[in-house]
Design a binder for this molecule. Structure first.
Ligand SMILES: NC(=O)c1ccc[n+]([C@@H]2O[C@H](COP(=O)([O-])OP(=O)(O)OC[C@H]3O[C@@H](n4cnc5c(N)ncnc54)[C@H](O)[C@@H]3O)[C@@H](O)[C@H]2O)c1
Length: 432
């Protein structure tokens, strides 16, 4: 159906339902330059020198990765101690990689192209600067306003997880140079980079950073500047719905984890929260909830808040949903019927799919890009939108409709795009 055409017709006829159908069809999204996996335009400059701001977990990881791929790297931190620690760690890691034969050059040669600086001016020659300083808007804004004048040639990328790229770029003389480049932890290992197009970001900045991601051995996914980007947003129900089920005493954590492993997830939601850290996962939940102005579907669960307050942060504190170290907790899931397991898994999957549909409808990225991001960013066995077709879109809609009727809560409302696609008899969110 041509939506633009039906909309015009709707206007002539009056306020027909077709009036409310979005002008941009989700199927057209991958054909537009608004969003795709790889960056719409070819890069227009060569990147040889990378500046990294912040020598903590992410900055050190990104600097090390860039060195292993043959880039010149300047790493900056306000703290000389932190910088020295990061430099020593990187040198050690390169030695280890070299000893295992995993480097294309001698570690000593790669380290010749590495410098640590405690003055931002030291990044002046960079083609791209990647900022990985603490997650505070005021701090990042101040850094970018300095970088803008100190690095006149550079594309300025931020590794923010939760702030809007447009907010970081806001107020600069030239915000078009600022782009999101969101790595996942550990940056040396995880294969995904979300490339985020802010309100003013230039196509050149998107293309350069997408190509740089590829040169660093990553798969870039280009997305719009919306809360949680793709991965941190679409993944929310995997945890949120599991917490709901636990909170309502429908099943305990080992049972839910075993059921979700049974449908192909490498780890269940509670095991994964323990690995990520309950504090980190809770902070992500809160940031998406707040950024969406308290939309109830993103509301954190009191269990998360209670466990964080009690210091049960998961593996790193020895206790989370499970116990670690000497007191390993029993992980035996009780025997459950196939029907019960299917009810649990389809409920969590349907919520995950509904959120992926919501991101698709909001134009965050096209269907293939969303699925790629979820597979590479969270290690899901399949992308949620492809999974939706395999389950059958009418079945997903039926599960959500039943939950919505049972609870009467907005959180379970099937997304209008899902309803429309089912009504049109479309089998998939993919074009072919
Ligand atoms: N840790 C993760 O899992 C992860 C994943 C993806 C993105 N991120 C994002 O990456 C960024 C950095 O996170 P992190 O976990 O590496 O933090 P971190 O606390 O490990 O490191 C931050 C570093 O920045 C330095 N710093 C403080 N003020 C600074 C300033 N004014 N200028 C330069 N450096 C300064 C600190 O000394 C520290 O070394 C954040 O925006 C975070 O949201 C983190």
């Amino acid at each position: 159906m041509n939506h633009l055409h039906s909309r015009t017709n709707g206007c002539v006829k009056g306020f027909a339902v077709a009036n409310l159908t979005p002008v941009i069809d989700w199927r057209q999204m991958s054909q537009t330059s608004t969003s795709n996996e790889t960056g719409a335009h070819g890069p227009t400059r060569t990147v040889a020198a990378i500046g990294v701001v912040g020598a903590g977990t992410m900055g050190a990881g990104i600097a090390e990765l860039a060195l292993t791929k043959g880039f010149r790297v300047a790493l900056y931190d306000v703290s000389p101690e932190q910088l020295a620690k990061a430099q020593a760690g990187i040198a050690r890691n390169l030695e280890k990689l070299g000893a295992k034969g995993k480097l294309s050059a001698d570690p000593a040669d790669l380290l010749m192209h590495f410098v640590g600086v405690t003055d931002l001016h030291g990044l002046a020659g960079a083609d791209v600067v990647i900022e990985a300083a603490p997650e505070r808007l005021d701090l990042k804004k101040s850094l970018f306003s300095q970088l803008e004048t100190m690095c006149p040639r550079a594309i300025l990328a931020t590794n923010t997880s939760t702030l809007l790229v447009s907010a970081i770029a806001g107020g600069l003389a030239d915000p078009s140079r600022v782009v999101g480049m969101h790595f996942f932890n550990p940056a040396q290992v995880l294969p995904l980079v979300e490339v985020i197009r802010g309100e003013e970001t230039s196509e050149e900045a998107v293309a350069v950073v997408a190509q740089l991601s590829r040169d660093l051995g990553k798969t870039p996914v280009v997305c719009q500047d919306t809360p949680g980007f793709i991965v941190n947003r679409v993944a929310r129900p995997f945890y949120g719905e599991a917490l709901r089920l636990l909170g309502e005493r429908v099943a305990d954590a080992p049972t839910i984890d075993a059921i979700m492993r049974g449908v192909g997830f490498r780890m269940g939601p509670f095991e994964l929260m323990d690995l990520i850290g309950l504090d980190v996962n809770f902070a992500s939940t809160v940031s998406v909830y707040e950024a969406f102005f308290h939309d109830p579907k993103y509301r954190p669960h009191p269990i998360q808040a209670r466990m964080v307050a009690a210091g049960r942060l998961g593996r790193k504190t020895g206790k989370g949903f499970y116990e670690y170290g000497e007191e390993q907790s029993e992980r035996l899931a009780p025997e459950v019927s196939l029907e019960f397991a299917e009810r649990i898994s389809t409920r969590i999957l349907a919520m995950l799919i509904n959120e992926a549909v919501s991101a698709l409808a909001d134009g965050v990225a096209d269907a293939r890009t969303i699925d790629t991001a979820m597979k590479l960013g969270t290690n899901y066995p399949r992308g949620p939108l492809l999974w939706a077709s395999e389950l059958g879109l009418p079945r997903v809609l039926a599960v959500l409709t039943e939950l919505h009727e049972e609870y009467g809560e907005d959180r379970y409302r099937p997304h209008p795009l899902l309803r429309r696609v089912v009504k049109a008899g479309e089998p998939s969110f993919y074009q072919e």
